[in-house]
Design a protein around this ligand. Sequence first.
Ligand SMILES: C[C@](O)(C(=O)O)[C@H](CC(=O)O)C(=O)O
Length: 299
Amino acid sequence: MSVKSAATILRQKLENGEFILAPGVYDGFSARIALQVGFDALYMTGAGTTASMHGQADLAISTLNDMRQNAEMIANLDSSVPLIADADTGYGGPIMVARTTEQYARSGVAGFHIEDQIQTKRCGHLAGKILVDTPTFVSRIRAAVQTRQRLESDIVVIARTDALQKFGYNDALARLRGARDAGADVGFLEGVRSRTEARQVIEDLKPWPVLLNMVEHGATPTISAKEAQEIGFKIMIVPFAGLAPAYKAISDSMEQLKETGLPKTEFTPQQLFRVCGLDDSVKIDEAAGGYAFEGGVDL
Ligand SMILES: C[C@](O)(C(=O)O)[C@H](CC(=O)O)C(=O)O
């Protein structure tokens, strides 16, 4: 088993110039599926966490405790696969940002992003966002960086600006430069509006690594991982890679159950539990001398 922390693994990937594709996961099951498919990084979406944990929209409803709890569970399903987690605004001023950073680092999170919306934030792909000023944003980032240094942690600090929508490219760029100068490891221009803008931000910030948030049907054109890499992004997160298909699949099954009296399922309980580590759990029990699974679990 790897003893290197997930944060160190993520930092080394960035230092080696590896392109990181992190699918959005929001609960244990979606994370397990992404791990089974073989991704070597995951992204914990705040939108998905809020939808699955609270049944609510991405409107600053999840608290630090909610987000940390979900991130800790996901990060530790396979600690050799780094988790990048949404940290919204950092949940307060510099003191709370420091606390968020420390809690995420101690929970095994490898990287996280902090943005410049007001506390009652909303999804970056909704209209009407309100921002804090640049010094307030930079103080959030500085608090995160200083906490990382104090803890001697490799956790990757990602600075996200939502300024594009209201203030335009030049203001957003200035905010990212301020965050970079305050020690952030990666920049994140939320809601990139065109391929030209995507190329521009890479050019204007190089060699600083930049993250692409690939929200399909949002403010950003659809850009594949291959193209994102060619443009020069170092990380691509895909927040709705799990949530959107789950909506479709669960709706179809529920509709069929309502219409026909039977749902649309094709898996045995064993198959579903195997996604969630059933066989590893059985092995742990056997290795410890337990006898609860002597006959196996297959009917
Ligand atoms: C990245 C994001 O913060 C998330 O929660 O996954 C969201 C995604 C979304 O709601 O479109 C964001 O871009 O604000």
